[in-house]
Unconditional design. Structure first.
Ligand SMILES: [Zn+2]
Length: 397
């Protein structure tokens, strides 16, 4: 249990949503049923600053959660590199060129390698032991396999990048404060998190899971950063509003004030969307192929009481092969896409919904003739691939 609001330390809160959820996004397929662990998630809203967080988060569980997990965010198609280039183009030129850069939580190291082309030096902290220096051949990258020390460890840099990390932490404010303290004069910090506004707008239950302790709106995030002396300069919307990034500089701290705005009713929106998912999946042909062994896929399976017959879960990231998703029905092993796991006239439900268009294009280019359905939470624009939106029948009529 968290002792109070992670941002303003207020003890009063109101309940928003409770659900029993998988502890892991995937498990080793060889582990069999013994690997299927669940924990309670309990979202509450702070009575003072209105921040949303999982008060049931148990810090010792974090170690179990991340130990032996394969690397995420391994780029598997060109569009994933495009996003990294877009970020580099968006940053002020003077923030990066010939500068000392720190990346906190580097995933597979793709961004660090791009940063290293322009920076003087890149220091990368990544706790996953799956990332090793051999994967980062550049001389000007130092890899530290571990968590970034929140006191900064004495390192002073010109630019800090911390993407998709703060939402995982029980005390994100301590990390933000450490980042502010480690910035050289005139330095920048780029901090990126998933958007609570996206989850609220679409009842995106697949984006609510135990790995995320914090659910930030833009305004709460910016106000929390301000309370530790980081002043927002610019905001970047990412992946149709699924995430956002903020560029900060050091400035005068201002306390986090009570937030009088009324928050949307998130609990009912999540439950409504789960019901819509059950109805929609029941209308799809059996022997579905799920494309993408993502956290979203795992949470999707968790939301359905009776998992439909699934022929295969396929994924382009080889690190996920020999792993398995799990549901109350059992394990769902992950394999590579091939003619056995992906029949030309099957029905694919794209669970890696952030990449649905790229996956759809790849499927059609490879001669796939069957139905392609995406479980993206937001409405799908008409598209030349004939891709369907899972929720169309419930929500668009
Ligand atoms: Zn608060």
């Amino acid at each position: 249990m968290l002792p109070g609001c992670p941002l303003c330390r207020e003890k009063r809160s109101e309940p928003v949503f409770r659900m029993r959820v998988p502890l892991f996004f995937n498990v080793a397929a060889a582990a069999g049923d013994t690997g299927r662990a669940y924990e309670m998630l309990s979202l509450v809203r702070c009575g003072n600053c209105r921040h949303l967080y999982n008060e049931a988060f148990d810090p010792p569980l974090a170690e179990a959660m991340y130990r032996d997990q394969p690397l995420t965010n391994v780029p598997v198609d060109a569009s994933m590199f495009d996003r990294l280039h877009e970020l580099l183009d968006w940053l002020p030129r003077g923030a990066l060129d010939q500068k000392n850069v720190l990346e906190i939580g580097g995933g597979a190291g793709a961004l660090a390698r791009l940063l290293a082309r322009r920076a003087r030096h890149v220091t990368l902290f990544e706790p996953s032991s799956s990332l090793h220096k051999g994967m980062l051949p550049e001389d000007n990258i130092s890899l530290i396999n571990g968590f970034w020390p929140v006191d900064g460890g004495g390192l002073t840099v010109d630019l800090v990048l911390c993407r998709q990390v703060l939402e995982h932490l029980e005390d994100p404010l301590a990390t933000m404060s450490g980042i502010a303290g480690g910035l050289a004069e005139g330095g920048y910090a780029y901090l990126e998190v998933p958007s609570l506004e996206f989850i609220e707008a679409y009842g995106a239950f697949t984006d609510v899971h135990i790995q995320h302790v914090q659910y930030f709106t833009k305004s709460t995030f910016i106000a929390a950063a301000r309370s530790v002396g980081l002043v927002a300069e610019a905001v970047l919307d990412i992946k149709d509003g699924h995430d956002f990034g903020v560029l900060f500089r050091r400035g005068v701290a201002a306390p986090l004030l009570p937030n009088p705005t009324r928050a949307p009713a998130l609990g009912p929106a999540l439950l409504e969307r789960i019901e819509a998912a059950k109805t929609a999946v029941a209308m799809l042909p059996p022997l579905l192929v799920l494309y993408g062994a993502t956290p979203h896929a795992q949470m999707f399976l968790n939301g359905l009481d009776d998992v439909p017959p699934i022929m295969a879960v396929i994924d382009d990231n080889a690190q996920n092969h020999a792993r398995a998703l799990y549901s109350r029905a059992g394990l769902h092993p992950v394999s590579a896409p091939n003619s056995a796991t992906l029949p030309a006239d099957g029905c694919v439900l794209i669970t890696a919904y952030l990449h649905d268009m790229a996956i759809g294009q790849k499927l059609r280019a490879g001669g796939f003739k069957g139905r392609i359905v995406t479980m993206r939470p937001q409405p799908l624009p008409s598209n030349p691939l004939g891709m369907e939106w899972l929720y169309a029948s419930q929500l668009l009529k």
